[in-house]
Design a protein around this ligand. Structure first.
Ligand code: GLC
Length: 473
């Protein structure tokens, strides 16, 4: 019997284009699903995607997207990568840009049109190539379920995943016409949101199933604290809302086989070699002191304000701190001036996949003070690499990191330092607690070894997605 056909769409997929965790999920989940489904992954062919390196070629399929009386030409490209079939949508307006969504802190003004093209192009693929399931991710492809509904000829069922409710794709009401969407959808039950057009609402209202990336976040989004104004709307659709925790790609993130490392390892002795090498690489002193790392986007969500506020105090403790990331410009200056004053703080701007692997391999602790976190992947990568996470008890962090105070070697859960209030005081207390733990070598190693052996792979979660697909098919 042939496998059901799945079209998995995302606006970013690692290693072709990446701004955050969505790209990692869009890389690793489809691979895990490919044992049971015939999977095609589709994304825009941004101009900075390396066509040569990935052998991306034109498939000889052209079509026009007609939207609001304007014609946008589309050309289909494809490649095979790590055994999966990728499809790329090329349309000049969507793709010929320097950034995915816009320069830091601002989206391109025509993002509604750009991603409108992406959504209509996906619709055309669904029409032409008959898929059983379309799995759409985040606002950038959230219109597809609405377009399918209006089309009336497409049988494909849809699953819509919310990776981050804080980004909904909201645009001036004039976008409705430019997107060629009928006025009948511009209501509270549809895609109207305080007088604006809201892409994410289309996914929530019209998809057959909605998922979000952890069970705790699935509950949190129903509250005014985390619902970003959509809590009522989500409550209305809660019967089709499910939380499934993300996994990590344990082939790509494998300390024993990781080619980015100076010395791949399976235990803490091997890990220590990587720590020494990294400290030397970046000029930090004192291999006996615990190394704390922060890797991520410099945004409010990731707890940057809390991190910056606490950093001078943290740096005064007996430790080294290394920070890697990029994001909102306002944080750069503050981070730079702290790093300039503290010889035990190392700061690196940018995003460097291989360097991040070396940091996980070197670190004793990962700092993750996120104010909210739909799932978070770094805490799982850290545990897998034998670095203990220090996390704020929210969203996926709450689901994947249990407190060290209740460590039970018999469970299969990862453990770390957990703090419940996002204040400077409780964050610093958590770090002090981590220092104590680090001093108790036997206990620290016991937890860390346990974490390294936990299963953070996609196996179980991919099975849950498969079950959901089958339920609606
Ligand atoms: C977003 C969320 C993050 C999640 C990722 C992948 O980046 O902020 O928590 O892990 O999507 O689902």
């Amino acid at each position: 019997m042939s496998k059901p056909r799945l079209l998995f769409a995302a606006s970013e997929v690692y290693p072709f284009a990446k701004s955050g965790g969505l790209a990692d999920v869009a890389h690793s989940l489809p691979r895990a699903l490919s044992t049971d489904f015939d999977v095609y992954v589709v994304m825009p062919l941004y101009q900075f995607v390396d066509r040569e390196r990935f052998n991306i070629v034109a498939l000889g399929e052209h079509f026009d997207v007609m939207m609001g009386g304007v014609v946008y030409p589309v050309e289909l490209y494809g490649c095979e990568y790590e055994g999966l079939d990728y499809r790329f949508i090329y349309s000049p307006l969507l793709c010929d840009r320097d950034f995915l969504y816009g320069p830091p802190e601002s989206g391109y003004e025509d993002n509604a049109i750009r991603f409108g093209i992406f959504n209509y192009a996906i619709l055309t693929l669904l029409k032409r190539h008959a898929y059983d399931i379309a799995h759409m991710n985040d606002w950038q492809c959230a219109l597809v379920p609405l377009l399918i509904k209006d089309d009336k000829t497409i049988q494909t069922k849809t699953l819509f995943t919310i990776h981050n409710l804080a980004y909904q794709g909201t645009f001036e009401s004039s976008a409705l016409k430019a997107l060629g969407i009928d006025d009948e959808h511009f209501t509270m039950e549809g895609i109207e949101f305080y007088g604006q057009v809201n892409f994410m609402k289309a996914g929530i209202a019209y998809a057959d199933v909605i998922t979000t990336v952890s069970p705790t976040y699935a509950k949190e989004v129903l509250t005014s604290e985390f619902g970003c104004g959509l809590e009522g709307f989500l409550k209305h659709h809660r019967s089709k809302l499910v939380g499934i925790v993300n996994g990590i790609d344990t082939e790509h993130f494998s300390p024993s086989e990781d080619r980015a490392l100076v010395a791949p390892y399976t235990d803490l002795t091997g890990k220590a070699v990587n720590k020494k090498a990294y400290l030397k690489e970046v000029g930090l002193k004192g291999a006996k002191k615990p190394l704390f790392i922060f890797i991520g986007r410099f945004t409010w969500q990731k707890g940057m304000d809390l991190l910056i506020e606490s950093l001078p105090k943290l740096a005064s403790l007996e430790c080294n701190i290394a920070i890697l990331g990029e994001g909102e410009v306002k944080y750069n200056g503050e981070l730079k001036s702290i790093a300039a004053e503290c010889s035990n703080v190392h700061l690196e701007f940018g995003y460097d996949e291989s360097l991040s692997h070396r940091m996980y391999a070197a670190a004793d602790f990962l700092l993750m003070p996120s104010l909210f976190e739909p799932c978070g992947l770094n805490q799982m990568i850290a545990m897998h690499y034998g670095a203990m996470p220090i996390v704020h008890h929210v969203g996926g962090l709450a689901d994947t990191v249990q407190t060290d105070k209740e460590f039970d070697p018999k469970t299969h859960d990862g453990h770390g330092v957990v703090f419940t209030r996002p204040t400077e005081r409780s964050f610093i207390n958590a770090v002090r607690h981590a220092l104590e733990l680090y001093g108790n070598k036997r206990y620290y190693s016991m937890i860390t070894k346990h974490n390294m052996a936990c299963d953070f792979s996609w196996n179980e979660s991919a099975r849950s997605y498969g079950e959901l697909y089958r339920k609606v098919m």
